[in-house]
Write a protein that binds this ligand. Structure first.
Ligand code: IMP
Ligand code: MG
Length: 176
């Protein structure tokens, strides 16, 4: 698997530092709250797991399976699960990356329609330049340029999510 990687963008240490910094801000903002944190499967898994261990306030965890990508093209947002009970709750949505913004905008709207008290979004990476809708995550770990990245939750056709770092694949892998 590692031989398929062309360049590393974020090393394990980079990611650890990003999560430490993010957790300081989130711990401050949610100090007196008791939110439900909803991860978007499957991409959220490594990031959410590492981030929640750094959070000091009481929270509950939940997940929604969504599918918005096939290969490298962003398509329609498909919800493969029901929305958990968010009635009158502070909700935090977690995803690996914000790209076009469609997924998180759609889910934020849906969760408000389910009577959430508040909805905030956290992503590890923000591909700000690829946005096609008017949406920005409330918290992001790092900005990333408009290149297709894999690792630490991010996949190419469901693979590479288990890499402990984030990088780009060699061109020949996409051509297969
Ligand atoms: P959006 O709705 O376009 O913002 O799409 C967000 C979803 O697209 C994320 O949850 C990722 O699963 C996927 N995605 C966007 N960019 C990348 C990437 O560079 N590598 C892997 N997955 C990506
Ligand atoms: Mg994803």
């Amino acid at each position: 698997m590692e031989k398929d990687i062309d360049k590393i963008f974020f090393s394990e240490e980079d990611i650890k530092k990003i999560i430490d910094d993010l957790s300081i801000v989130i711990n401050k903002d949610y100090k007196d709250k008791n939110p439900i944190i909803i991860g978007l499967l499957n991409g959220c898994i490594p990031f959410m797991s590492d981030l929640v261990k750094k959070l000091k306030f009481k929270l509950t965890l939940s997940y929604i399976k969504v599918s918005s990508y096939e290969g490298m093209k962003s398509g329609f947002v498909k919800l493969l699960d029901d929305i958990p009970n968010v009635n009158n709750k502070d909700v935090i949505l977690i995803d690996d990356i914000c790209d076009t913004g469609k997924t998180l905008l759609h889910l934020t709207n849906l969760i408000y329609q389910n009577n959430a008290k508040s909805v905030k979004t956290i992503v590890l990476l923000d591909k700000k330049d690829s946005r096609v809708v008017d949406f920005n995550p409330d918290y992001y770990g790092s900005y990333v340029t408009n290149e297709f990245v894999v690792g630490y939750g991010l996949d190419y056709n469901e693979e590479y999510r288990n890499l402990p770092y984030i990088g780009i694949l060699k061109e020949e892998i996409y051509k297969k």
